[in-house]
Design a protein around this ligand. Structure first.
Ligand SMILES: [Cu+2]
Length: 165
């Protein structure tokens, strides 16, 4: 008699556990879909430049059409005039060496961004040690895009690839 009561109670508790599990399973997919939709529309990137003329990343990845927010941090202490950094995203097929010459010609007053031509997809301001700057742009079509720091002499060391999936 006692055994059968325990068996019934055990059976009931199993049913309750299953019921609870089902209602949770019904809720989860909705939440996941919303989270994924937000992640697909926006991308947040960060990159650091230092007094050794280096970016901390050689590769960044986003998805085509995403709204990208990139923050450049200068973790060094040197002045902008001596060790300034920016982050410049170049259109496909840009000759980086000749772009860098135009950037130098543009001068510090223009943050070393050429005032003519359409080689620049997006760029941050030029900053010095301890500073931080953010740029927002829409990720271009799928492909590989070069990014550099266009401060005179920096691009040969401070360069990398933005991969757009
Ligand atoms: Cu630089």
């Amino acid at each position: 008699m006692l055994k059968s009561i325990i068996a019934i109670l055990f059976g009931l508790s199993l049913l309750t556990a299953c019921g609870g599990g089902n209602s949770e399973a019904e809720k989860e997919p909705e939440t996941n879909t919303e989270t994924m939709a937000e992640e697909n529309n926006e991308a947040t990137l960060s990159i650091d430049g230092n007094d050794q003329m280096q970016f901390d990343k050689k590769e960044l990845t986003v998805k085509a059409g995403q709204k990208v927010t990139l923050t450049l941090t200068h973790s060094g202490t040197m002045a902008k005039s001596a060790m300034g950094h920016n982050w410049v995203l170049l259109a496909s097929g840009t000759d980086v060496a000749s772009f860098a010459e135009k950037a130098v010609a543009a001068g510090e007053a223009n943050d070393y961004i050429p005032t003519e031509g359409n080689a620049v997809i997006a760029h941050t301001a030029l900053i010095g040690g301890g500073e931080k700057t953010t740029v927002e742009f829409t990720a271009p079509a799928a492909g590989s895009y070069e990014f550099i720091c266009s401060f005179p002499g920096h691009w040969s060391m401070m360069r990398g690839t933005l991969i757009v999936e």
